[in-house]
Design a protein around this ligand. Structure first.
Ligand SMILES: Cc1cc2nc3c(=O)[nH]c(=O)nc-3n(C[C@H](O)[C@H](O)[C@H](O)COP(=O)(O)OP(=O)(O)OC[C@H]3O[C@@H](n4cnc5c(N)ncnc54)[C@H](O)[C@@H]3O)c2cc1C
Length: 662
């Protein structure tokens, strides 16, 4: 027996399921198959279009529509699924595998007992289909009634999809389906609001030194970095780089026959798999069981100077840390609000590559993703209001990145004057309409990413009751010791800094632990903050820029080594970029450096160590660097510095000495 539980899903009982499974299994061609570049092997699977043809041929379905419908009823009931769980059943060259062939496969009536509900329990139950299938009326399966209701499957609320095994694992770690908050302790040494990089480091560090700590997270532990930021973006960038390297292989005598294609479904599945793999470090289980932190999953709202409410419970604290981060800032362009645009919160849910991909914003996030999507096969256009890209970097570095992206095929549309965004009935495609000297120019896209900066999360969390001052643009107001206007409340990370990096949130949190719990007097202005934009080539920076030095009237000399002159870069065929180091005039003191090149982000740490350790550029020249490495460029800047230090009198003495020794 089968029952239709709602308009768009049908549940079959165990007998029906088994019968259908056997019938389909008997007629489809099950084999190990390969797909994509580099090709991935999928064990024991069948092809959607072949299955449709066979179902019709064997009389299991009347026509194509009927076969697809029947296939989706089976998929919906967990009999089989797309190998990456990224597609419904379609009459297309897509691979599907029977759940019974999976190690972890289970039929939907074998779900957990409800005492410990996992996201993976919903795999195969989640209705991914639309439309009603009257002719196949099933019954509600014999499963835990708690799990049978769709309102439990609040994927929209968690914003993570598709619900495949990887996302189920991620969510089990960072947003457990059935989290039961602990009973609040009488008073906490520290309550942390927000469990992104800043909040997690604050909580772990404080608990590690014996403090009684609670952390409150309204959405996903790990915050932006793990879920919708650094981790997924760098996973995509890696695949994009592989594609670019393969296309470029001819330069190295490696001939590739035919077109280079990218299996976008695989790229996204890899990203989801790796993100899930990393997620235990930020998990609810680790923080509560191993680190002894009281975790509350819900929105934190301050109710007083030392109290905060979450899920109806009041927590009292001696000190608190606000680490609520930020979200994508959406520009005020007519029509945008009604259009189906993407932000960093949604782009990593894509399962299909948009053919035409528009990016509004030319900062690090926009450019990294623009280059990645272009290399993965989209046709990308980047729009910026000004004629600059990477506006925080010096124009020379930004110019190199632009040139490289143009070589990839990215089109830049700078100084764009937006008239409106158009999308029919709020659906794609999306048109960006520009004013081009009085004429309207329309650019059509299958997906549009908004990457025009970030806005701090400061609203609706009772900051007024806590007497914490904030500004909608700059976030929570803090002093140099990261104290807010309530001296017992501190703020860290994106909500309180214009340096919006994970490592900055991390080090702000370390500073706060000292200041809040140990009477420390550390200052945020003392932190040396390097950063990297992970385009190809990368741009990495630490310390002061040339323009800062000029504005501050600091005398300096710049030492620059182009990678075109570095042996390793030459033989690697990666001669784009340079190392540029600014040194105080007359002193061996490094004031700032920029590196543009393939591994700039890794190379910059040597200079950070030197600056922090008070090691001058002249001394770096005396450090043996293995030959041939790109890091030699740094040592070679040191050589230049030392050569310049030889004043004419010193040079004269050396000459005389050499003459004597001949
Ligand atoms: C696409 C992208 C790529 C990036 N790549 C890099 C990179 O390569 N390197 C790098 O260093 N940085 C990168 N960043 C920036 C980095 O992700 C952020 O700097 C970092 O996540 C900031 O951490 P945070 O703890 O301040 O805030 P978040 O990570 O934003 O965490 C804040 C948390 O607070 C929660 N919260 C908000 N309000 C409340 C409330 N009232 N109650 C309870 N919880 C609340 C939120 O749900 C969230 O989980 C990237 C960002 C993006 C978007």
């Amino acid at each position: 027996m089968a029952q239709n539980n709602s308009d768009d899903q049908i549940y079959l009982n165990g007998t029906d399921l088994e019968e259908l499974r056997r019938a389909l299994r008997a007629i489809v061609d099950l084999r190990d198959r390969k797909y994509g570049f580099p090709s991935k092997r999928y064990e024991s699977c069948f092809i959607g279009s072949e299955a449709v043809a066979t179902m019709i041929e064997r009389g299991l379905a009347a026509d194509e529509d009927d076969a697809v419908r029947l296939g989706n009823v089976m998929l919906q009931n967990g009999i089989f699924h797309h190998v990456q769980r990224a597609h419904l059943f379609k009459n297309e060259y897509l691979f599907y595998r029977f759940a019974s062939d999976e190690d972890h496969g289970r039929l939907p009536d074998e779900v957990a007992d409800g005492s410990l509900v996992k996201w993976s329990d919903f795999l195969g139950i989640l209705s991914m289909t639309a439309g009603s299938y009257g002719s196949l009326q099933p019954s509600i399966p014999d499963r835990d009634p708690e799990l049978a209701t769709l309102d439990q499957i609040d994927l929209e609320a968690v914003g993570v999809s598709p619900l495949d095994e990887h996302n189920a694992k991620l969510l089990d770690n960072v947003h457990p389906k059935k989290w039961i908050d602990p009973e609040p302790k009488p008073t906490y040494n520290l309550v942390v609001v927000g469990a992104g990089a800043g909040g997690l480091v604050s909580a772990a560090g404080a608990a590690g030194v014996g403090a009684r700590v609670a952390i409150i997270e309204s959405h996903l532990l790990g915050g932006d970095c793990l879920n919708v930021g650094c981790v997924p973006s760098k996973a995509l960038l890696r695949c994009a780089k592989a594609a670019a390297d393969v296309r470029d292989a001819g330069r190295f005598g490696v001939r590739i026959e035919g077109d280079v294609t990218v299996d976008f479904g695989y790229v996204m599945e890899r990203m989801r798999r790796l993100r899930a793999h990393i997620s235990p470090a930020d998990s609810a289980k680790r923080y509560s069981d191993q680190l002894g932190v009281d975790l509350f999953i819900g929105k934190g709202v301050f109710t007083g100077k030392h109290t905060i409410e979450v899920n109806g419970k009041t927590l009292t604290f001696a000190k608190a840390v606000i680490a609520t981060g930020g979200t994508a800032a959406i520009p005020n362009i007519p029509g945008l609000a009604e259009a189906p645009y993407l932000t960093n919160s949604t782009i990593f849910n894509l399962t299909e590559l948009p053919e035409r991909f528009g990016v509004i914003g030319a900062g690090p996030i926009g450019l990294e993703l623009a280059q990645a999507f272009q290399r993965l096969g989209s046709k990308v256009t980047v729009f910026s209001r000004t004629d600059k890209i990477l506006p925080k970097e010096d124009p020379e570095s930004a110019g190199i990145v632009k040139e490289s992206m143009e070589k990839d095929g990215v089109v830049f549309c700078s100084s764009a004057k937006y008239k409106r965004i158009e999308a029919r009935d709020g659906k794609g495609p999306v048109c960006v309409v520009l004013d081009d000297n009085g004429t309207e120019r329309s650019h059509k896209f299958d997906a549009l990413l908004i990457a025009t900066g970030r806005k701090p999360s400061v609203f609706g969390m009772g900051l007024e009751s806590a007497e914490v001052e904030y500004d909608a643009g700059i976030g929570v107001v803090v002093n140099d010791r990261l104290q807010t206007t309530n001296p017992d409340i501190y703020a860290v990370g994106d909500v309180a800094s214009k340096y919006q990096f994970t490592h900055m949130a991390d080090f702000m949190a370390r500073l706060v632990i000292k200041n809040a719990l140990f009477f420390g007097r550390d200052k945020v202005s003392d932190l040396l903050i390097p950063w990297t934009t992970y385009t190809d080539p990368e741009v990495a920076h630490v310390g002061l820029y040339e323009k800062d030095l000029k504005e501050r009237n600091i005398d300096f000399t710049t030492y620059k080594r182009d990678f075109a002159d570095v042996d390793r870069s030459i033989v690697d065929g990666a001669t784009v970029g340079y190392v540029k180091i600014h040194v105080a005039k007359g002193k061996d003191r490094i004031l700032g450096a920029t590196i543009v090149g393939r591994h700039a982000g890794d190379l910059i740490s040597e200079i950070s160590v030197a600056i922090q350790g008070g090691i001058g550029l002249g001394r770096l020249a005396g450090v043996i660097h293995p030959y041939p490495t790109t890091a030699e460029a740094i040592r070679q800047c040191g050589d230049m510095y030392n050569r310049e230090r030889l004043t004419p009198p010193v040079k004269g003495i050396f000459h005389s000495l050499m003459a004597l020794r001949r």
